[in-house]
Design a protein around this ligand. Structure first.
Ligand SMILES: [Zn+2]
Length: 121
């Protein structure tokens, strides 16, 4: 069961939200309550400002990255370096956002360079 907290918000902002909930846009998008709209807004805010990627660890031939945008609470993605090409198991790609993120981690970029890998455009 979900537990709830109470928040105080400015009256004028709440008035705007109530007006919005009566609009056709709200009906079209399925927003029916202040709680539902506010919860959605907070989730989107947190997703926008939370760090998407975290470097979990590096092995001889792979890097593990936590991607907070996968699933409800994020998931681990593995990028392998086989031969001269980095390959993301999750995207099944050698040019996805996870492969690009590997190059943004200084100690990983160094390993990739040493192994002769290059970042694809
Ligand atoms: Zn990927």
């Amino acid at each position: 069961m979900t537990e709830w907290d109470t928040l105080r918000v400015p009256h004028d902002l709440m008035d705007e939200l109530e007006k919005f909930l009566e609009s056709s846009v709200a009906k079209k998008t399925g927003f029916t309550s202040k709680t539902q709209a506010t919860t959605t807004a907070m989730r989107e805010f947190l997703q926008k400002y939370s760090k998407r990627f975290e470097h979990v660890n590096t092995y001889e031939d792979k890097v593990r990255i936590l991607d907070n945008n996968i699933g409800k609470r994020g998931d681990i993605v593995t990028v392998q370096f086989k031969g001269k090409i980095a390959f993301c198991d999750y995207c099944e790609s050698n040019n996805c956002i996870h492969v690009k993120y590997c190059w943004e981690i200084p100690q990983v970029a160094e390993v990739l360079k040493k192994r002769g890998l290059k970042l694809l455009d």
